[in-house]
Design a protein around this ligand. Sequence first.
Ligand code: RUB
Length: 331
Amino acid sequence: MATCSVPLEVTRIAEDIKSMRIRGAGRIARAAARALEIAAEKFEGESIEDFINYIKHVAQILVSTRPTAVSLPNAVAYVTSVIDKISRMDNINEAKKIIIGRAREFIEYSLKATDKIGEIGSRRIEDGDVILTHCNSSAALSVIIHAFKQGKRVKVYATETRPKFQGHITAKTLLREGIDVTLIPDSAVRLVMKNVDKVVVGADTIAANGAVINKVGTSQIALAAHEARVRVFVAAETYKFSPATVVGELVTIEERSPLEVVDEDFLKENKGIEVRNPAFDVTPPEYIDAIITELGIIPPQAAILILKDMFGWAIKDYYQYTTIGCEMEEI
Ligand code: RUB
């Protein structure tokens, strides 16, 4: 099988996703769509067959960057789902336009969806609410910021989110918006939970049974909220629902380098200590009150309805173009 050469900008996007310079499930999905758009724009050949192989190759590179957020393969599958149509065409420029158009459509949909989630979710936030959020989720922030802009005086606890401290981004964003924000260590969640009215977090993937996969620590927060009878809301666009989980696939939890947790000296000096760095965890549906999507608020148990609505029952065919094609390239 031929290995196609990939534009530098596309390789850079893939590297940025892998190294987390681009992070957060929504941003990752939009960056992947943008990479496919660039790839199509930069294709210089004349053959439709070569173009399709090249797009499949780029799709494969993008999907292999991070394993957990389903928004990534969903975005790639959305853009590449026109490949069958393209294979029956003979005009390369028309074929390129179709991929480019599809990628732009995804990006536009994604940005509008995050905004719509804010609009819908903010109706569940009351004046004076104390909200706890974890990591850095654009969808969760959209809910909080919309509520604040409606004049609701909210106060937010943002967890640090070790080891990468995405909570700092959240706290700084809220400060910029003029929202009262307190940064806390992850381990202080149960202590402050007695003062919290609502937990609002994002999601990387939602399984068919309504389980939510989000930044590691989310499930502990949900557990502490459950104990304190605090409601837990998950803000997530519909492309964060995983069609593969309908046919029994499990969600891969990304394990990142121990060097994000401790430094090299620590590892060298303490050879017997295993250091693990799982990036996500699974919160069972029982600990989630509602999922706020751009289509409306649903109980987690209704996740399957969203999936059926989006993909019908032809779910197993959805990823066909993200797993075949040219050889994979190490980035
Ligand atoms: C980010 C994370 C976010 C979700 C949702 O993890 O877990 O809560 O991706 O974010 P990482 P958004 O920093 O490892 O990518 O709502 O912005 O899609």
